[in-house]
Design a protein around this ligand. Structure first.
Ligand SMILES: [Zn+2]
Length: 95
């Protein structure tokens, strides 16, 4: 088992939040150097969901985080299963 820190950087290097948004059919708008979307976690009419592509982080008035807690929230699954899901997506893409 990789250390959490190494695991995080491995996943972050291999999948982007913008890839995950494409996967979950979340439309993105690019403004400046940030992406904006309707938040997938609550009713939203104001593009409250912001992605910082350089940091691979997201932020909204309902929360903030990285690719792992994004998948946890959107799928309603545990940390461990979110990591598995992301690893699976990375493998699928490289084959
Ligand atoms: Zn939100």
């Amino acid at each position: 088992m990789l250390l959490t820190h190494n695991l995080n950087s491995y996943l972050n290097k291999n999948i982007l939040l913008t890839d995950l948004c494409r996967y979950y059919n979340i439309g993105l708008e690019l403004h400046g150097n940030k992406f904006f979307a309707y938040c997938p976690f609550h009713e939203d009419s104001a593009l409250s969901f912001v992605i910082f592509p350089k940091e691979n982080l997201w932020k909204c008035r309902c929360g903030k985080g990285n690719i792992i807690n994004f998948v946890m929230k959107i799928e309603g699954i545990s940390f461990k299963n979110a990591v598995k899901k992301i690893e699976h997506l990375i493998l699928e893409r490289t084959h």
